[in-house]
Design a protein around this ligand. Structure first.
Ligand SMILES: [Mg+2]
Length: 211
């Protein structure tokens, strides 16, 4: 079960501050954020102003910021339109296609696969805080934020990155997720002693103590 546990919980992406990340996850140099249910409602056509401000607060504080989304089809273009100006990079499964993968539809690169996080670690540059030298970030220096254990948390675990679990934002959901995954997630959350009811989620970034 510990394999399914996030490293942190908080009631909203909006409540994660650069100061709290520096204090509680001091190795993190980049924030990688899921979209649907985390930053916006499912397939929302706009990014709320408070979420835009929160993303910008991380870049202003010197973090790299990434959108790491399982989106497909026309939503890929929309996601780039919504987020390209707000973050360091937008990464979708299509950014993980190999040059020889002619029949690769991108499916195998979706979370819970670690591929998008590993792509971030391989392709972007950070300034090493100790030496001031530019280098690629290590996967453990990425902090993944998402609303699904079976997508976001496991993708982070497989990449070797810490993760933050937030409760799903909004009431809409992909039908497969609603039917197949949410009930299982509720059971897993209870077993891991993670917050279940709305009022149980902490207002500040809180480490999960593994028992
Ligand atoms: Mg999500």
């Amino acid at each position: 079960m510990r394999y399914l546990a996030p490293d942190f919980v908080v009631r909203s992406f909006l409540d994660i501050t650069p100061e709290d990340v520096r204090e509680l996850s001091p190795d993190s140099l980049a924030i990688c954020v899921d979209i649907d249910g985390t930053v916006t409602d499912f397939h929302a056509p706009e990014v709320p102003a408070d979420a835009q401000a929160r993303l910008r607060s991380f870049s202003d504080a010197g973090f790299l910021t990434f959108i790491v989304s399982n989106c497909s089809g026309r939503r890929v273009t929309e996601v780039h339109r919504l987020f390209d100006d707000l973050v360091t990079g937008v990464v979708t499964p299509f950014d993980c296609l190999g040059p020889e993968d002619d029949d690769d539809t991108g499916r195998s690169h979706r979370k819970p696969a670690p591929d998008m996080l590993l792509a971030v670690a391989a392709r972007y540059w950070v300034t090493d805080p100790a030496t001031g030298v530019e280098r690629t970030p290590r996967p453990e220096e990425l902090l993944m934020v998402g609303d699904q254990i079976f997508k976001d948390v496991i993708a982070a675990k497989q990449a070797g990155a810490p993760s933050v679990l937030v409760p799903r934002l909004g009431n809409r959901d992909h039908v497969g997720v609603r039917v197949a995954q949410r009930p299982v997630e509720a059971v897993v959350r209870a077993a891991l002693r993670l917050p279940v009811r709305d009022e149980d989620w902490p207002h500040r970034l809180t480490p999960v103590r593994h028992r």
